[in-house]
Write a protein that binds this ligand. Structure first.
Ligand SMILES: *Cc1c(COP(=O)(O)O)cnc(C)c1O
Length: 409
């Protein structure tokens, strides 16, 4: 018989009896960190389920912090289920990997988010999934491209960089008619500009999957990378959840905490950046160096009528749009002069992403990003502006001084 001994200090610091009282409540929910989750007994090991969020089994499969964030994001998008991924791109690729197999075909809009196109034509093609792109401004073009092998259609409203706003309801209808699953990259709409699962506001038409780069507006700080995959359909969620689990995707507790901190101000930030961006877009439209302004809420922009129909009635009739738009700098200015304009900006800093406090600028070579040059774009160089939370008059003065310095205007 061995005598029970008092455990030594190392052991006592790990196996400690004190439990703080329950009932603590604060504004910011607690941040739970874990790989290992402890079980009281083997019966609990066998009974616990993470799939339906009724309990906890392993950190990768969810903690109170990630469950909470998932539920709030599902509410934001008008969905019933949510999965978190370590980036927006990881959320996009997870949807494709979970839903597609060898021999299947996926369709994407010509103005799709560039890295999604690269993944579809790269890794996904190497695994035997074919792809083709469609004209997002023509639902009949999409309908004509759906084949017996088409299993997934990507949607984006508006498209990345060139900002064409599609007839989302028309595109979804074309897919529904053929029983094809639709997945929307809803980063721009952010769950605020329109309801992705209720496009006609009568509960009858919506996308099947919404993907959101939380990196942008929901994080709001330019400091967190994360993505979400939301759905209403339980069976579809299960397929996505299985793929997500097998890929081993998870998010850090501190990043989830940052999202939980930023979500309460999401709508205020989105709206403030919208107001500022529209003021700047309207002013830029009057500037001689600017050949075209690509902002879906501005009359004359590609797909403006579709934006008006889908988003125009929200927010007391003025509609909502992200604080992101592009301008085409007139073709009489060289690429080097457009670079000089970007370099001359002091408040708009050079960098990718958007939705944070700092305004950003980036020049794009649209011809290199597309299979065909879009006919609705004026000749010239596309420069994208992401409007932050700085004072809008300071931002306008910054654009004016940079145009004067680079273009002599
Ligand atoms: C940024 C972005 C993504 C990807 O998000 P990351 O977190 O940077 O991977 C996907 N789609 C759109 C439209 C984006 O703007």
């Amino acid at each position: 018989m061995t005598e029970p001994t008092t455990p030594r200090i190392d052991t006592r610091l790990i196996h400690h009896a004190y439990q703080p009282p329950g009932g603590f409540e604060s504004v910011l929910p607690p941040v739970h960190k874990a790989s290992t989750v402890l079980f009281p007994d083997m019966a609990a090991v066998r009974a616990r389920r993470w799939e339906d969020k009724s309990s906890y089994t392993y950190g990768l499969h969810g903690t109170p912090t990630t469950y909470l964030l998932e539920e709030r994001l599902a509410t934001l998008e008008g969905a019933h289920h949510c999965l978190l991924a370590p980036s927006g791109l990881a959320a996009l690729t997870t949807v494709a990997l979970a839903l597609l197999e060898q021999g299947d075909e996926v369709l994407f809009p010509e103005n799709v988010y560039g890295p999604n196109r690269a993944f579809t034509r790269g890794l996904l093609a190497r695994h035997g999934v074919r792809s083709a792109c469609y004209d997002p401004l023509d639902a009949a073009d999409l309908a004509g491209r759906i084949s017996a092998a088409t299993r997934l259609v990507w949607l984006e409203a508006p498209g990345s960089v060139t900002m064409e706003f599609p007839d989302l309801a028309g595109l979804v209808r074309a897919c529904r008619a053929r029983g094809v699953t639709t997945a929307l990259d809803n980063t721009w709409g952010a769950g605020l500009a329109f309801a992705p699962f209720d496009l006609l506001r009568d509960g009858h038409l919506g996308v099947d999957v919404s993907v959101h780069a939380l990196t942008k507006y929901p994080s709001g700080g330019g400091h967190v990378l994360m993505g979400s995959i939301t759905t209403r359909d339980a069976a579809l969620h299960e397929r996505l959840q299985r793929g997500h689990m097998q890929l081993g995707l998870g998010v850090g507790a501190n990043d989830a905490e940052a999202l939980l901190q930023a979500l309460p101000s999401l709508r205020l930030r989105y709206q403030a950046q919208d107001v500022a961006a529209r003021a700047l877009a309207q002013w830029l439209a009057t500037q001689p160096a600017v050949a075209q302004v690509l902002h879906p809420a501005l009359p004359g922009a590609p797909g403006h009528a579709h934006w008006q129909a889908l988003c125009g009635e929200t927010h007391g009739g003025s509609g909502l749009a992200a604080g992101l738009f592009s301008v085409v700098i007139d073709a009489r200015f060289t690429g080097a002069e457009v670079d000089a304009f970007c370099d001359a900006l002091r408040l708009f800093r050079l960098g990718y992403s958007w939705g944070g406090p700092m305004s950003l600028v980036m020049s794009y070579d649209v011809r290199a990003m597309r299979d065909a040059a879009p006919a609705h774009l004026a000749p010239g160089t596309v420069v994208r502006l992401a409007v932050g939370l700085e004072d809008v008059q300071d931002l306008r003065a910054d654009l004016a001084q940079a145009m004067h310095s680079a273009f002599g205007l």
